[in-house]
Design a protein around this ligand. Structure first.
Ligand SMILES: [Zn+2]
Length: 297
């Protein structure tokens, strides 16, 4: 099954919902970063959430999640745009296998206590950032809390990644359900009842449920209309030119020292693992160009 997401609205206009199958996305991320199972689960949940939240921003805008915790994973970044492109990484992809008492991957313990930041890049380099403390470290609950606290929209967020015994990704995805201001008491009660029935979103995806079928389950008793459907993919936006500006920001002296020692300088993209290497001549040319541009200022 192809990875895609859908955005729907109930016909009574009381609930907005999104669901995604991100199995291939998370699998690509797992391979790019060689993440251990608990790191895969954490990164995969963050990537799935970023995809769902990315589809809620306007065309051309981007959104990202940054989770900073005191657990061994340290930091998770996931960012997505309106077009269904997402990328991300964890600071420590090699974190040891951690399971909880139920024998499940313990994402909360791997993340620890900390903070969730949500940023929105609305073009023109304007970044809007807000943060909430982590309430559980399970990511889904933390984003639920973010919606109620920062966006003042009651929401239910479920995210899941099923990792196979060989560390590969069996299933991944999730949903976000938002109650609109018109929601009645009956709607809220029915929705709560439906949500209580859903034990594991990743298992449902593993059973073959599509995003539509997932929402049919969550929205039992409601009719809904699909407003948008979009393919999603793990897609990095790094390139050689952007990497050059990173070199410049690191400073001429530091870069030249590395080149003198190693004969070249290598920059590895955090998001996709791509390595860009620059030889002495290219580094020299770059800083000469920067210098002449600075003189023009
Ligand atoms: Zn990259």
């Amino acid at each position: 099954m192809k990875d895609y997401l859908i955005r729907v609205m109930t016909t009574n206009k009381e609930i907005r919902a999104l669901a995604v199958n991100s199995t291939q996305v998370v699998s690509n991320a797992q391979q790019a970063h060689a993440t251990t199972p608990v790191a895969t689960a954490a990164l995969g949940r963050a990537l799935s959430a970023a995809l769902l939240m990315g589809s809620m921003v306007k065309t051309g805008h981007e959104t990202g999640l940054k989770i900073i915790g005191d657990g061994p994973l340290q930091k998770i970044i996931a960012e997505a745009n309106h077009y269904g492109e997402v990328r991300g990484y964890v600071a420590n992809p090699e974190v040891d296998f951690i399971t909880n008492q139920a024998g499940k991957l313990d994402v909360a313990r791997a993340i620890g206590e900390g903070e969730l930041f949500v940023y929105k890049n609305m073009g023109l380099k304007e970044e809007y950032e807000s943060s909430v403390p982590l309430v559980s470290g399970e990511i889904g609950e933390d984003i639920t809390y973010y919606f109620s606290k920062s966006e003042q929209t009651p929401a239910a967020v479920a995210l899941g990644v099923l990792v196979d015994t060989d560390c590969s990704v069996k299933a991944a995805g999730g949903f976000i359900i938002q109650l609109l201001p018109e929601a009645s008491e009956e709607t809220i009660e029915q929705l709560e009842k439906n949500l209580a029935e859903i034990k594991s979103v990743s298992k449902l995806i593993d059973q073959g449920l599509s995003p539509e079928e997932l929402l049919e389950k969550v929205l039992t008793g409601f009719k809904f209309r699909v407003l948008a459907e979009r393919e999603v993919a793990y897609q990095c936006k790094c390139d050689r030119e952007r990497t050059k500006s990173l070199l410049v920001s690191l400073g001429q002296q530091e870069i030249e020292e590395i080149v003198a020692q190693e004969g070249q300088v290598e920059i590895r993209c955090h998001f996709c693992g791509e390595v860009y290497s620059f030889e002495e001549a290219e580094v020299e040319e770059l800083f000469t160009k920067v210098k002449s541009m600075n003189q023009l200022d």
